[in-house]
Design a protein around this ligand. Structure first.
Ligand SMILES: [Zn+2]
Length: 385
């Protein structure tokens, strides 16, 4: 869909304004124009949800606005098939249950089977009929008990536990590599210069190299797309693929672009919101990828950042998106055109994936893993340290 943007009018704009007003981001009015105040409110909303802040309402922002209408307790929640209920009220419920130690999986704002099961378990324990739906009685019980229970974010601790318990070996792991863009969407394009590659082609080359290195270390690898797909796969479909494969790690590869050719460097993104909710394992993976790439390539360190993009929010495994340099920077571009440089980037990511499966207390210094030795090390059953 074409994003709804400043200057637009009509019922869709009225609807957007109504939601923003309900969130206290916009004063009440009957105007139907996407004016400056609306744009500011959209930006504030995007910022608060960890979305890309562009002041327009595209598909992702639309879904987030639609979900934001619902306050916990305003409607009965249940596991609907095939179109599950989604919204901020579901997220609040999930966060409340997680804080109390019930396993709803990641607080993704979708009332799926796992949330329904967690509700049923809660109902059983407080003596309600365990039907897995959340109506007034269950809400009442949650309100009474919820306040007494405090704690960390059990969902992220559980994720870390799953990683820790599965041991340090790479053999048999499944890694989904997601070369960004493709098909009708070339990503960042540099019109001239020594590298005429598009972002889509470049990240596919990186993904194939990474596939080769990981496969050699005994990892099952799946790419989300081939080199020349007909259409561009939406992010939600890329997520669906990783989830359906039960992947252990998800790595999305991009290069950045900016109007200013002086902008350069590497940045890595993991799931998180401005309210401080973050994926501990995603954050750890992002930190490892970022540090290994900076140490092994010398690209400028543009650090790691939390974002609530669908790609990071809906994936059920540690997931990161790496922006490996700016194609619009002559300096970064000159390095990315060199296949030996791309191999160093790939080695850095392999090292990060390996370290991801080391227990934190047995982690090794950045830049110290010789990835060409991984297979031998793994075969010998030893941990590199
Ligand atoms: Zn991109």
């Amino acid at each position: 869909m074409r994003p709804i943007r400043p200057g637009d009018r009509g019922p869709a704009v009225t609807e957007i304004r109504t939601v923003l007003t309900g969130l206290d981001l916009l004063p009440p009015s009957t105007a139907d124009e996407f004016d400056l105040a609306t744009e500011r409110a959209v930006r504030a909303f995007q910022q608060s949800r960890g979305l890309s802040v562009d002041g327009r309402v595209g598909a992702e922002t639309w879904r987030a606005l639609d979900a934001a209408r619902w306050r916990l307790g305003a409607r009965t929640l249940y596991h609907a098939v095939p179109e599950p209920l989604a919204g901020e009220d579901v997220r609040s419920l999930q966060e409340r249950l997680l804080e109390m130690g019930y396993d709803t999986g990641r607080a993704d704002a979708i009332y799926g089977v796992r949330t329904s099961r967690a509700v049923a378990q809660f109902q059983r324990e407080v003596g309600l009929k365990p039907d897995g739906s959340c109506g007034p009685y269950t809400m009442g019980a949650l309100r009474r008990l919820g306040r007494k229970v405090v704690g960390g974010r059990p969902q992220w601790l559980r994720e870390s536990d799953a990683i820790r318990q599965s041991g340090p070996a790479l053999v048999g792991r499944t890694v989904v590599i997601d070369p960004g863009h493709g098909g009708t969407d070339p990503g960042v394009v540099v019109p001239d210069g020594p590298l005429r590659w598009t972002e889509a082609d470049l990240v596919h080359d990186l993904a194939s190299r990474l596939e080769g290195r990981l496969a050699a270390a005994g990892v099952r690898v799946q790419l989300t797309r081939g080199p020349t797909p007909e259409t561009c796969l939406p992010d939600v479909d890329r997520v669906e693929l990783a989830n359906s494969l039960g992947a252990d790690v998800f790595i999305s590869l991009h290069t950045d672009g900016h109007a200013n050719p002086a902008a350069d460097g590497v940045a890595t993104y993991h799931y998180g919101t401005d309210n401080g909710v973050t994926s501990a394992t995603g954050e750890r993976l992002a930190g490892l990828v970022q540090r290994e790439i900076v140490a092994r390539t010398g690209l400028r360190d543009c650090r790691t950042h939390a974002k609530a993009w669908d790609l990071l929010r809906l994936t059920r495994m540690p997931a990161v998106r790496v922006e490996v340099g700016y194609l619009t920077s002559p300096a970064d571009r000159a390095r990315l055109v060199d296949p030996r440089f791309r191999d160093r980037v790939v080695e850095a990511i392999v090292a990060a994936v390996q370290r991801m499966f080391f227990p934190v207390e047995r982690d090794v210094p950045t830049g110290s893993i010789d990835v060409s030795e991984l297979r031998a090390v793994v075969a010998a059953g030893a941990v590199v340290d």
